[in-house]
Design a protein around this ligand. Sequence first.
Ligand code: COS
Length: 392
Amino acid sequence: MTPPEVVDTLADEERMIVEMVRDFAANELEGIAREIDAEKRVPLDAIEKMRELGLFGLLIPEEFGGSEVRTIVSTRVIEELSKVCAAVAITVSVHNSVGAFPILLFGSDEQKKRFLPRLASEMTGAFCLSEADAGSDAASLKLRARRDGDAWVLDGTKMWVTNATQAGIFLVFARSDPDPSAGHRGITAFLVEKDAPGLSVSKLEDKMGLRASDTAELAFESVRVSDSHRLGAEGDGFKVAMSALDNGRIGVGAQALGIARAAFDEALRYAKERQQFGQPISRFEGIRLMLAQMDTEIQTAALLVYRAAAMKDAGLPYGPQASMAKLYASEAATRVTHAAVQIHGGYGYVKEYAVERYYRDARVTEIYEGTSQMQRIVIARSLLGKQKRATA
Ligand code: COS
């Protein structure tokens, strides 16, 4: 299998960061990954250690207390974590890419000074866009923000919030203009602190995979937010959300890539060990073709994910490339983990073998931060422009 080093060029100190994370994952996550999945437990101690290692400040400049690295490096960090525990990886990915990064992009100087050092060193971020009736059609969200003097009052519910129980700061998208004709221009973004009166976790989800990551529904009951906590201009919330998701999708692509690599490594090892008909199953053509296909898809996914990261690092527009990387890597991860279970036979269907967890963990990468269908729409629009809605 081609090592990632061949297709990207990291400086020595960048390579050391990736190696440090690889060691951390081997020493601190490997031994607990199966247990925290079974117990549906967020490993808060390990998360604190990652904070101490600077992994929560990966996209935050040093002047704001972060340990800013190039996106290609943060991408490799997410990939390394995902190879061992994809649930922990998504905590870090969401925090950095759609929690902290939008503040860097859209925050005022005062907001950057106020929130970024805390996000780099002491608190986790969360992103609250989806609602029960607003997923792919994010612009139809209903959580209401009503102006009241120099503050706003938020009422409504958010769903699928990653990091919901551990986050200290929530980036919340709300409808500030109730006029239906305002559409996506009626949405504004706010930074809400976890102890804001009226904010509560109303339901913790019981998920198929990523069970050691907390995903919840949040209730906002007359939550008062100062206008100084508004992120970006009034009505610009949809753009804040979409540009955050461009960045987040590179992270999801890296997560899918890491899961696929882990599943492949297990399948390759098992195929060489498992004896049937008097020989290792890796000698059978059927298994060899599966392994060849799996590795080819992983290498393709890696190229697309690293390319999207490199385009962002180069300051180029990268939204459609991030969508393509997420689309391909997530679908490849589903196929690769499916094949890894198949190669393990009955053993792949029991929790004693890690491929069972990889198979479950991979599935959501095709869904969250935009389904595969939405990624195809973003890519098609970049090629052909926006399609006019058909009239009856
Ligand atoms: N970055 C910045 N701005 C963007 C953008 C991006 N990537 N994509 C769109 N915008 C802007 C557009 O430029 C447009 O701005 P103007 O009002 O100035 O013209 C505005 O946002 C609306 O864009 P558009 O008309 O294309 O929006 P649509 O409602 O048609 O939706 C898609 C576009 C489908 C691409 C979007 O809704 C999407 O990505 N949906 C998936 C949402 C998602 O990922 N949900 C999961 C939630 S996270 S768990």
